[in-house]
Ligand binder design. Structure first.
Ligand SMILES: Cc1cc2nc3c(=O)[nH]c(=O)nc-3n(C[C@H](O)[C@H](O)[C@H](O)COP(=O)(O)OP(=O)(O)OC[C@H]3O[C@@H](n4cnc5c(N)ncnc54)[C@H](O)[C@@H]3O)c2cc1C
Length: 585
């Protein structure tokens, strides 16, 4: 069976126009252009990128004669992506961008990533690397690299990880030595580098974290450098090969269509990007964008898995109906419907969440003073939730898709087993989900003395107040308010435990806390969706409105109570995981 991609012209359009109302906001975009862009993105995903997905999985990217080759089908797909300007939708026109809203860029990523996650990683990394140059680059670095990267002529990467420096990036040992001409010679080995080498573009620009000789140990002594695969002459032309090579690629569980490279630098020539010893803080500034993208990857994979499972469930005839006794398509069985509804409610909620967060970025860009601070606080709070929740649930949705397809779901002829393998990296890279949970609790909640959490709860209350105008939404609004009170209770209990100096006891609850907070945020999104649908009832039609309201009801009635239980359990502050002797684990 062929993989399905969710058509963004339906629910995505509803979220953008009705839940978020982007067409009537200064930071948004008009309805006609929004529709046109969604339509074009869907065409690109189905016509140009989806046909690369099987090749991406097998044979995938191969390492031959010291170089990485992508599947042949990647070349026309990359050309289509770049020629359409999809790589730089949100960037400044002067750099080859289109200055479109981030929420729209996020919306078009759903079909593009869903069509081939491994392929899409290259464009995300190139955009992220270009973002670093835009933010911290010198005038010369911008002239030499920016436009070439944002138009997809050259690709970009991120070289952080080393064998002894994974989560603890500060432990890195790659060193940089200043030369008389102001450039640096960089030596070290980086591992797990996505797109570290490939033949998709004639040059690859690597932002590299390294320590300048004599710099302090730990994160305070790390600087950021730009190291091109092929050195770039002052006139912008390509010079000789730099001393950075790929020594091999990983043989992974999934995303075989994204080469994960070991990169060796032996006196590779690079230039300092930004300020000496500020490499980590420069990277941190780009972290929100990168983590947001990975959360979007988890969601987009869930979306395509759901669309594929739904199509299969409508076609596969198996078993008798409980009511008529006749053979039916499996979509008629209550347990299959429950799985599909669970998947749909997570996919729709995550769509609303990533687009809402994207729109917060857009609004923050143009806001001023207090409003800007408030929006930024909300973004900072939501980012670890988007990253960890959408990748965790994205993986669970792909797993459920395998279950919906029965034994066929486990076989390679059916696309969902690849989806499950591919999506599984998203909870791990760009800061593991465990690290996201600690970030949420430590930096975003305790670090702001609960201020950002207060802002979130105020926003949730605005929606519950709106919902109370619709009789059918009153119970749901009440449940959400009860859950937010429980969230506040557990937050305070965790804070008190941490304040008493028992950090391990508090932080062993960080992940369940993030997951419960995620369920509450998703319930809030569902309530926003239901309010928007009932408000635009005449425009949308009964079927769509009923679908949105019932999906919200399902999530709030069946998923949210699990979050409540988790929050109550946290109050017990069980610390057996900390107490248990290592030998007994
Ligand atoms: C396919 C793939 C692509 C990647 N792409 C890139 C890339 O392009 N560029 C790049 O630089 N890196 C990349 N990475 C690296 C990736 O970001 C790291 O694998 C990840 O950050 C985890 O580091 P690690 O593997 O060393 O695990 P470790 O750091 O050893 O972590 C192992 C476990 O311990 C936990 N842990 C570690 N420290 C703590 C702590 N302080 N508190 C609580 N828990 C902790 C982690 O959450 C995890 O569960 C990629 C990895 C893969 C597999």
């Amino acid at each position: 069976m062929t993989q399905k991609i969710t058509d963004p012209r339906k629910d995505t359009l509803f979220v953008l126009l009705h839940q978020l109302g982007i067409q009537s906001h200064e930071a948004g975009l008009d309805e006609e252009t929004t529709k046109m862009l969604l339509e074009e993105a869907y065409k690109l995903a189905v016509g140009a990128i989806l046909p690369t997905n099987k090749d991406g999985d097998s044979p995938g990217c191969i390492f031959i004669n010291g170089q990485v080759k992508v599947p042949e089908s990647y070349h026309p797909a990359w050309a289509a992506l770049c020629e359409g300007g999809w790589l730089a939708m949100v960037d400044r026109e002067i750099n080859g961008g289109q200055e479109l809203p981030i929420c729209l860029d996020t919306a078009v990523k759903e079909p593009i990533i869903g069509a081939n996650l491994g392929f899409s990683i290259q464009s995300g990394l190139t955009h992220g690397a270009a973002g670093l140059i835009e933010e911290f680059g010198s005038a010369e670095q911008k002239i030499l690299f920016l436009k070439n990267m944002l138009t997809g002529k050259w690709a970009g990467t991120m070289l952080l990880t080393e064998s002894g420096a994974g989560t603890d990036v500060g432990a890195l040992t790659t060193k940089a030595i200043l030369q008389e001409d102001g450039s640096y010679l960089i030596t070290g080995e980086k591992i797990f580098i996505s797109g570290g080498d490939h033949d998709l573009t004639p040059n690859i620009i690597h932002p590299v974290l390294a320590r300048i000789e004599g710099a302090p140990a730990g994160t305070k002594g790390i600087s950021l450098f730009l190291v091109p695969k092929i050195l770039v002459n002052n006139d912008g032309g390509l010079g000789e090969a730099n001393n950075i090579t790929c020594s091999g690629i990983e043989h992974k569980m999934g995303i075989h269509g994204s080469p994960t490279c070991t990169m060796v630098m032996d006196d590779a020539r690079g230039s300092l990007l930004g300020v000496e010893n500020k490499g980590m803080s420069h990277m941190f500034q780009m972290m929100n964008e990168a983590r947001f993208l990975v959360g979007t990857q988890g969601f987009a994979m869930a979306s395509t898995a759901y669309a594929t499972a739904l199509a299969y469930a409508k076609e596969r005839i198996q078993g008798a109906s409980l009511t008529t006794g006749k053979q039916v398509a499996i979509i008629n069985h209550p347990d299959v419907r429950r799985m599909l509804m669970w998947m749909k409610s997570h996919v729709d909620g995550m769509r609303s969440l990533v687009l809402y967060t994207g729109f917060l970025f857009d609004q923050a860009k143009i806001a001023e003073d207090e409003e800007k601070i408030k929006l930024q606080g909300l973004i900072d709070l939501l980012i670890p939730i988007v990253k960890a929740y959408c990748t965790g649930k994205g993986t669970e949705v792909c797993d459920k898709a395998v279950q919906v397809l029965g034994g066929y779901g486990y076989c390679k002829e059916y696309p969902v087993e690849q989806m499950l393998r591919d999506v599984r990296i998203t909870p791990t890279y760009e800061g593991t989900n465990g690290i996201q949970a600690m970030d949420l609790l430590h930096r975003k909640i305790f670090g702001t003395k609960l201020a950002t959490l207060g802002t979130l709860l105020d926003e949730i209350t605005k929606t519950t107040d709106q919902a109370k105008k619709f009789e059918e939404l009153i119970p749901a609004a009440g449940f959400i308010l009860e859950s937010t009170a429980k969230l506040m209770g557990s937050t305070k209990a965790l804070g008190e435990t941490a304040m008493k100096g028992n950090l391990p006891r508090a932080f062993c609850h960080a992940t369940p806390y993030l997951e419960a907070a995620g369920d509450i945020v998703m319930s809030w999104m569902h309530l926003q969706r239901a309010v928007a649908a009932l408000t635009a009832k005449d425009e949308l039609g009964d079927k769509q409105v009923e679908g949105i309201v019932l999906t919200a009801q399902f999530f709030i009635n069946t998923v949210l109570p699990q979050a409540d239980k988790t929050l109550v359990t946290i109050l017990e502050m069980d610390d057996s995981a900390i107490q248990i002797n290592e030998d007994s684990l």
